[in-house]
Write a protein that binds this ligand. Structure first.
Ligand SMILES: Nc1ncnc2c1ncn2[C@@H]1O[C@H](COP(=O)(O)OP(=O)(O)OP(=O)(O)O)[C@@H](O)[C@H]1O
Length: 289
């Protein structure tokens, strides 16, 4: 499914959050959305999912406005992993993952729904938590259960049927250890290779270097740069967006760059700044060279 954002803007009252964003995302690609805190990444993801309407502009799913899709149609073609899930009721983990199957059955899950739930729990290494109360899991374990839920939502009875699937992940690795970060993003990459369109919000520039085909870099709701991973992960783009200088090294063995903070620059800024005044530190511009 090709997702096209056309001139998307979003404001809350008089406060502009997103300004006139246009881009496209394609099947087979992992698009990573990067940008500092408050840049508008989660807002953009909510608009791409159809959960939130833009103040102006249009989201097209394969050339059709997202507004023409029914909730059930949307639920069967796109799944969203949000940053936080508040859950007060005592659901067990299998029930949480089964929620992903709700768009696929009316009253009772069929054997295929139960099979898909088990498969997706195994894929996210949470099968051992099947009967456990969700609230008793650690943060990272809960996040893997939620990821299993979104995988189950998009899985068709014929697992090979991946046409028109859109996976939107908001900081899926935030609570995960390094091994599960790799597993989670490798899963996203595998799904893209099988034809899903995948968008992922990340903060870790090195995970972006490893897994992104394309990057959308935002700051203050505006596009700093959109392009291939190598086009965007450049010291000048990163400095523009984050006001932080990095060095970009080519890994000797792997086909992706490694980004390292230019530590001497960070130190010299810290030395001359009031260390307690984080705002002053964050708002300083770095001078290249
Ligand atoms: N209802 C609201 N009222 C006022 N400001 C809002 C509202 N909703 C969002 N914002 C502001 O919009 C901006 C973008 O928020 P958003 O959650 O999209 O940022 P983000 O890039 O995902 O940030 P983070 O990396 O911290 O998760 C933030 O400055 C936020 O404070």
């Amino acid at each position: 499914m090709i997702i096209t954002a056309q001139n998307i803007s979003y404001s809350v009252g008089q406060k502009p959050i997103l300004h006139n964003l246009s881009f496209a995302m394609h099947p087979g690609e992992v698009t990573v959305v990067l940008g500092p805190n408050g840049a508008g990444k989660s807002t953009l993801l909510r608009i791409l999912s159809g959960e939130q309407a833009p103040s102006s502009g249009t989201i097209l799913l394969n050339d059709k406005s997202i507004q023409t899709f029914s909730l059930t149609q949307l639920a069967r073609c796109r799944a969203v992993l949000s940053q936080q899930y508040m859950l007060n009721l005592p659901f067990c983990c299998e029930e949480i993952v089964m929620m992903g199957r709700y768009p696929h059955f009316n009253n009772h899950p069929a054997a295929i729904d139960r099979d898909i739930v088990q498969q997706c729990m195994q894929e996210m290494q949470v099968a051992q938590f099947t009967g456990r109360l969700y609230q008793t899991l650690s943060g990272g374990e809960q996040q893997r259960v939620q990821m299993a839920r979104v995988l189950a939502q998009l899985r068709e009875a014929n697992a090979g049927d991946v046409t028109g699937k859109l996976l939107l992940l908001d900081e899926p690795t935030a609570s995960l250890d390094c091994l599960h970060q790799q597993a989670c993003l490798q899963k996203a990459r595998d799904l893209a290779q099988h034809g899903y369109t995948v968008a992922v919000i990340l903060h870790d520039l090195n995970l972006a270097a490893q897994f992104a085909d394309k990057i959308i870099l935002l700051k203050n709701g505006q596009l700093v740069k959109e392009g291939s991973m190598r086009e965007v992960l450049q010291p000048d783009c990163i400095a523009d967006a984050y006001e932080m200088e990095v060095e970009v090294w080519q890994h000797p063995d792997y086909n992706f760059p490694v980004l390292v903070p230019a530590e001497h620059k960070v130190r010299s800024i810290l030395k001359t700044s009031n260390k307690n005044n984080i705002h002053e530190y964050n708002s300083r511009s770095f001078v290249k060279g």
